[in-house]
Design a protein around this ligand. Structure first.
Ligand SMILES: Nc1nc2c(c(=O)[nH]1)N[C@H]1C(S)=C(S)[C@@H](COP(=O)(O)O)O[C@H]1N2
Ligand SMILES: [Mo]
Length: 230
């Protein structure tokens, strides 16, 4: 297939998928909450820039399970499978050939720090979903990482425009400390929902709790509702 046709196909599939989840997306608290909690100017989704209980940080703290996998670009692969029509296994090259997105967004960690206006570059999860075509029965994803971490998301959160698999942050290749070569970011949810060192995205027909979600963190993780624990 011609490169352009391939891109057109991804864009078309993404729009179809979006249409399927549009109403549910509009109802998610991080865009629709009538009484969001927090302070400061409003962010681009109409929520207070600093969510309740958060403190702005300039430095970027590092949080993990005590083990930082060392994944070379040659070894790196991304599996996307489960409840999809067209499972794929992407090499680094395949991944970098996909449509690339730049965005600037905020990073809210449940341990009460927020890092504002981070410039990112990567691939939209929605574009990856368009590539694999989730079955009509798919409702959630479980992300798996090279360090055995997992975290779960509903599709109405996962398919948001600002959910990216990033390889670049602050105009530099994403550091291993922060999940490089590639991590996910979830600017509208607490940052534990964004898997560092991401390895596999498993589409599921129902919700399945991830590592922290099984250990008492919230399933939904809405920063403007102080939704930290379940
Ligand atoms: N693979 C993996 N991803 C992970 C984690 C982890 O331990 N392993 N920790 C999560 C948590 S709790 C947070 S707050 C953020 C921290 O990202 P940072 O270390 O880049 O600040 O990554 C999330 N993603
Ligand atoms: Mo965290």
């Amino acid at each position: 297939m011609e490169e352009k046709d391939k891109l057109d196909k991804i864009v078309e599939a993404r729009l179809k998928l979006k249409a399927r989840f549009e109403e549910k997306m509009k109802d998610t608290p991080s865009v629709s909450d009538p009484r969001p909690m927090g302070t400061g100017e409003t962010n681009r989704h109409g929520m207070p820039k600093l969510p309740i209980g958060q403190i702005k940080t300039v430095k970027w703290p590092v949080l993990d399970l005590g083990f930082k996998p060392d994944v070379s670009l040659l070894q790196w692969k991304l599996i996307i499978d489960g409840e999809v029509e067209n499972p794929v296994e992407l090499s680094w090259r395949d991944f970098m050939d996909l449509p690339q997105t730049e965005d600037v967004s905020d990073f809210h960690c449940v341990t009460t720090w927020s890092r504002m206006d981070v410039p990112w570059k990567g691939v939209k999860l929605a574009d990856l979903a368009a590539l694999v075509v989730p079955k009509p029965t798919a409702t959630h994803v479980l992300c798996h990482a090279y360090d055995k971490y997992t975290t779960n998301l509903s599709l109405e959160e996962a398919l948001k425009e600002d959910v990216l698999l990033v390889h670049t942050a602050d105009e530099k290749p994403l550091e291993r400390d922060h999940g490089g070569p590639v991590r996910m970011i979830t600017p509208q949810l607490y940052a534990w929902k964004g898997s560092k060192w991401i390895k596999r995205i498993e589409f599921l027909p129902k919700n399945k709790l991830g590592f922290w979600e099984e250990r008492g963190y919230s399933n939904t993780a809405y920063p403007w509702r102080n939704d930290r624990y379940s």
